[in-house]
Structures are given as C-alpha cells and as structure tokens.
Design a protein around this ligand. Structure first.
Ligand code: MN
Length: 149
C-alpha cells in the first residue's frame, strides 16, 4: 500500500488501555492511512506494561505507550522522564502527514489535552476532578475524529 507497509500491521499497547494509548494509535493510523477498526489492516495486541511484543510471522509491529522504545515504529515515552506522552512522539513523527488531515491547531490542542490527562505529575486529589474533565474532552475529540475521517 501507499505507506509501503505489508498488511495487516500489528498495533501493540498496554493492557488497561488509557487515553494516551488510544489517542496515539488513532493518530498513527490516520497518518499511515490505516483503518484501525479493520482487522485486515490493523491487528490490536495488548501486552503487560514493561514488556515488548515480537511477532512470530514477521508482520510490521508498532508499539504505543509500551515497549520502552522510540523510533519510526515505536512510540513509548516511559523511558524518557521529560516526555509526557506517547501521543507527543506520534505527533512529532507524523506532524506533516497529520496536518494535512487535521487542522494543526486542533491537532496541537488535542495532543496537549492527552498530555495533561496522562500526566503523572498531577496530585491524586487534583486528578479526580481534572482528570474526569480532561477525559471527557479527549473522548469527545476522539469520537469526532473517528466520525470525521
Ligand atoms: Mn502514556
């Protein structure tokens, strides 16, 4: 296909999926022209946090928010203390492609929201109220993006 990938590809994330995991997979799928809801294009695999996935059939494997790596197919941020989210890494890698699909401003505010929702620096007490509000905003945007594209 256009992006040079052999289908299906494997999208790997951690069990107990959070916004960062979902948002980074959706943005990467958009950038790569893949339909994340079609198992002939994207196979979703959920692994334990702190582990890596190896595909025995040598399909193209992408990690999101898990795996401990950052390169053209792997978008984990847990190994970088200063990097707030996997979605940030997907954004940096695919910003040119994504900006052709989503207005840049919208893309940036979306990335910001996921960063904040995913931030471990929020105090637990702050988190309960703020987290819920952010989660709502992020989920709304995810639905809108999914419906639109
Ligand atoms: Mn994360």
């Amino acid at each position: 296909m256009e992006n040079g990938l052999t289908l299906p590809v494997v999208f790997v994330t951690h069990r107990g999926v959070d916004f960062d995991a979902v948002a980074s997979m959706i943005l990467a799928a958009l950038a790569l022209g893949l339909n994340i809801n079609n198992p002939n294009e994207v196979i979703l695999v959920f692994i334990a946090p702190g582990t890596k996935y190896v595909d025995q059939f040598e399909k193209p494997v992408f990690h999101f928010d898990v795996g401990g790596m950052y390169d053209k197919r792997n978008f984990d941020h847990h190994q970088f203390p200063d990097c707030p989210s996997a979605v940030m890494l997907v954004y940096e890698t695919y910003v040119d492609k994504l900006a052709q699909i989503i207005p840049l401003k919208e893309l940036q505010s979306f990335t910001e929201m996921v960063n904040e929702a995913d931030s471990p620096s929020l105090l637990e007490q702050e988190r309960s109220a703020e987290y819920k509000a952010k989660r709502f905003e992020v989920m709304q945007m995810l639905h809108e993006i999914n419906d639109q594209y």
